[in-house]
Design a protein around this ligand. Structure first.
Ligand code: HEM
Length: 126
């Protein structure tokens, strides 16, 4: 596992995301023209998560809080694209590690974006 492998995986994943009818337009509204800076940033991010090499030093929560058009369900689509990608490119035991990390981070981003105490008190996540 190295940066070249992760870089190829990231590019495959964002190819799927951009082709998705729901997620494609969300990304297109945020990333104009050159995708390379985003792809390099996301490669750094996944290198930090998987290789623990400290390549990424950004702040994912504010980057997502400003995406007002994103719905909670969109994370299921995102995770589905991610699962398709890692299952196509990684041995099963590696795919599991990527999925565990992605699901954990997705959960914390969703909490930051959608958690509402009043709803939690009512015992509903809707
Ligand atoms: C529906 C789900 C999601 C949508 C629509 C979404 C969309 C976006 C967009 C539009 C950006 C800004 C791109 C840019 O300007 O460079 C971004 C950044 C980012 N996303 Fe997501 N994202 C989603 C879920 C996730 C998940 C689950 C993860 C991690 C597992 C993640 C990790 C990141 C990171 C690390 C950045 C870079 C933040 C920064 O340092 O600026 N995203 N995302």
């Amino acid at each position: 596992m190295d940066r070249a492998f992760i870089g190829a995986l990231v590019r495959d994943f964002y190819g799927r995301v951009r082709a998705d009818a729901r997620l494609g337009p969300i990304f297109a509204s945020q990333i104009h023209g050159d995708w390379e800076p985003h792809l390099e940033k996301m490669t750094d991010f996944w290198c930090s998560v998987i290789l623990k090499n400290g390549a990424y030093s950004g702040r994912p929560v504010p980057a997502h809080l400003k995406l007002k058009q994103v719905r909670e369900d969109d994370f299921d689509i995102w995770l589905g694209c991610f699962r398709d990608t890692v299952e196509a490119r990684c041995p099963p035991e590696v795919a599991v590690v990527f999925m565990e990390r992605a699901e954990r981070i997705a959960r914390s981003l969703k909490l930051a974006m959608f958690f509402r105490l009043d709803r939690a008190r009512n015992g509903t996540t809707e």
